[in-house]
Design a protein around this ligand. Structure first.
Ligand code: CAA
Length: 384
């Protein structure tokens, strides 16, 4: 029998994180979206609640909670403020988790502990100005020099860009080996030769910081190589498997916010002498929203369940991200439609949800990349 029921602890955690997000983030969400201001105070609140290292074992300063709670946290935070959901998810799943999985004890003490306790903020630098989807085609390279590697090149679209303290950076150490020549480095802000581009002026998640990072003869000690030389591509792909659970959860949170605002508005707004919730045209939209939100949650929990059993969950996390992000986009557009002209103004939040939803179809692998990942896995599963 398959039972999809959260435990009492998970339900309690959902209530706790939802209460925090509503109380602490909702007032600020509109303002920081408008002004493009990075919400340092939101990060501090999450740190004070012990959430920044949610899934990291307690021995390394984390909360030792499960990935269902991770999904719940990203969903509930993103429901109120998608920018904060992005900051949190990138920090935890794309930088902190890979150091937990692939770091040695010395690296964990030095880099993981401050990330897990939230003293430091993390970022993940894979994409480049000239290649995002073709991750292995990177141009940033690292050349051995005694006890160091010297990095040159530029990274792009980096969430937490200039505001992070610790960066997981992928660089090519042997072009001839293609993806097998990619190596992962842990680099701290302040490293000589590392600089940042201007913040990107984005359509959505406007309060999160997105910048380029430049490396100009940046010397990184060999002790800061994560895993082994040439392990970087697999580390990046396995990291994205986890990250995509977070992105699916973020899309669910945004879609849920759009649904809740829409059902409330539909029961207040009247036209042709009745509430618009009494028209089937509106009811069908609301019904479709909730069906897709629940389906997206089931796909996400399926991916988490495989992850927790130690099974490969590449296809499942890509499926969850694909479905959740495309349905969030569809339903946030519908939420604007339900709100009519008002929905097109900043008086209501639905236009922000629509702008925020779009990025979930793009970052951590576009929808097209998710379909490629799913198809590749299917061809392996059904291979002759
Ligand atoms: N887990 C473990 N290993 C994996 C893997 C996974 N999920 N996916 C691939 N691999 C392994 C393969 O098994 C293969 O191994 P072998 O060499 O031993 O056979 C190797 O990696 C190469 O795999 P592919 O041949 O499939 O590689 P590819 O070059 O064809 O690329 C791709 C595959 C799926 C398109 C990949 O490039 C990809 O995911 N691209 C999208 C990148 C992406 O999501 N970028 C987002 C950036 S992060 C971000 O957005 C966050 C932010 O801060 C904004």
């Amino acid at each position: 029998m398959v039972e999809i029921k959260l435990t009492d602890d998970q339900e309690m955690f959902r209530k706790m994180i939802s209460d925090i997000a509503k109380k602490e983030f909702s007032e600020r969400a509109k303002e920081i979206d408008k002004t493009h201001r990075f919400p340092h105070e939101n990060v501090e609140i999450l740190r004070d609640c012990g959430v920044m290292g949610l899934t990291i074992p307690e021995e390394w300063g984390g909360a030792g909670m499960d990935y269902t709670c991770y999904s719940i946290a990203v969903e509930e935070i993103s429901k109120i403020c998608a920018s904060t959901g992005t900051i949190f998810s990138a920090h935890l799943s794309l930088c902190t988790v890979p150091i937990e999985h692939f770091g040695n004890d010395e690296q964990k003490e030095k880099f993981l502990r401050p990330l897990a306790t939230g003293v430091k903020l993390g970022a993940f630098a894979l994409s480049e100005p000239g290649n995002g989807s073709d991750a292995a085609g990177m141009h940033t390279h690292a050349v051995e020099d005694g006890d160091f590697y010297v990095l040159n090149g530029s990274k792009a679209w980096i969430t937490n860009g200039a505001v992070a303290d610790t960066y997981l950076v992928l660089a090519q150490t042997n072009y001839e080996l293609k993806h097998k020549g990619v190596t992962a480095f842990i680099i701290e802000k302040g490293a000589e030769g590392m600089s940042f581009g201007k913040p990107e002026d984005k359509l959505g998640i406007r309060a999160s910081s997105t910048t380029q990072i430049h490396f100009d003869n940046c010397k990184v000690p060999k002790s800061q190589i994560l895993g082994k030389i040439g392990d970087g591509f697999k580390i990046a792909m396995m990291t994205l498997d986890v990250g995509r659970i977070g992105m699916a959860s973020q899309a669910i949170g945004i879609a849920k916010a759009a649904f809740e605002d829409s059902i409330k508005y539909a029961q207040q707004r009247e036209t042709f002498g009745q509430k618009i919730s009494e028209f089937q045209a509106i009811q069908f939209k609301l019904a479709d929203m909730m069906v897709d939100i629940e389906a997206a949650r089931l796909l996400t929990y399926q991916a988490i369940s495989k992850h927790d059993r130690g099974e490969k969950f590449t296809r499942e996390s890509a499926s969850a991200k694909l479905f959740a992000s495309e349905s969030a986009m569809k339903h946030t557009v519908e939420a604007v439609q339900i709100h009519g002209g008002y929905g097109y103004t900043t008086e209501y939040n639905v236009e922000r949800y629509m702008r925020d939803a779009k990025i979930t179809e793009i970052y951590e692998g576009t929808s097209e990349i998710q379909r490629i990942v799913i198809a590749k896995e299917l061809l392996k599963e059904y291979g002759l």
